[in-house]
Design a protein around this ligand. Structure first.
Ligand SMILES: O=C(O)COP(=O)(O)O
Ligand SMILES: [Mg+2]
Length: 226
């Protein structure tokens, strides 16, 4: 059985904050609220767009009734879909790192709290969708990180084994989900998080995708079949 490497999307594979911020700010300004900075967005992304909107309104002392939140979520998705790849690009070294894992026989997967639909759209526009054996989002199983089942079901979807899998992510949601799933986790330092990943207890931390292959080798999950 092939080993599986599961990637978070926003803040891990792709630098999507500029486009997420543009859409969030479209919603906020339409509502008469001040725009959020990209740094603020970095701290609020990670639990999906409903949570992003909720957090941004809370930062302005506003709470949202459930119906209002759903309406704003729909408006967010429509605006984001139309602008999804405006400035979003893969982080430096992603392509070479994916090439390496693919060449060594790993199954590549995405597990994101974005919607699967928009994750597929974005990765398709970036020419990356075909590289992944599966792309799992918030609505795929109705489960989101930090629930460990989000990662475990992603591994299952590619026919993988959690005992021969690794998670790569940027936030507490990825790290907590992986730990609860019993899957070793690599944290990146260049993503979106409200707390430095050094405080979150990942198995290993990398500053650049060029360090990913060696970091994963150090976790003892290898390409050879047992
Ligand atoms: O869009 C989000 O809030 C999070 O997405 P991610 O799980 O890919 O980081
Ligand atoms: Mg992320």
């Amino acid at each position: 059985m092939r080993p599986t490497i599961v990637f978070d999307l926003d803040g891990t594979l792709v630098d999507s904050a500029p486009d997420l911020a543009a859409t969030l700010n479209h919603i906020l300004t339409t509502e008469g609220l001040p725009a959020a900075s990209e740094t603020e967005v970095h701290r609020m992304v990670g639990r999906g767009a409903r949570t992003l909107i909720t957090r941004a309104f809370a930062a302005n002392g506003r709470t949202l009734a459930p119906e209002r939140l759903e309406a704003l979520f729909d408006a967010f998705l429509a605006h984001y879909e139309a602008n999804i790849d405006g400035a979003t690009r893969p982080f430096d070294g992603v392509t070479a790192a994916l090439d390496r894992f693919e060449a060594e026989g790993w199954a590549l997967a995405v597990c994101t709290n974005k919607t699967e639909r928009l994750a597929r759209l974005l990765l398709g526009k970036l020419g990356m969708a075909d590289r992944f054996a599966t792309i799992v989002g918030q609505e795929t199983f109705g489960i989101t990180k930090p629930d460990p089942q989000h990662i475990l079901k992603t591994i299952e979807a590619v026919g993988g084994d959690p005992a021969r899998a690794v998670m790569v992510g940027d936030s507490v949601n990825d790290i907590d989900a992986a730990k609860a799933a019993g899957v070793p986790v690599v944290a990146v330092t260049f993503g979106y998080t409200d707390r430095p990943v050094t405080e979150l207890g990942p198995d290993v931390i990398i500053d650049h995708f060029d360090a990913l292959w060696d970091a994963v080798q150090g976790l003892g999950v290898t390409s050879e079949t047992a």
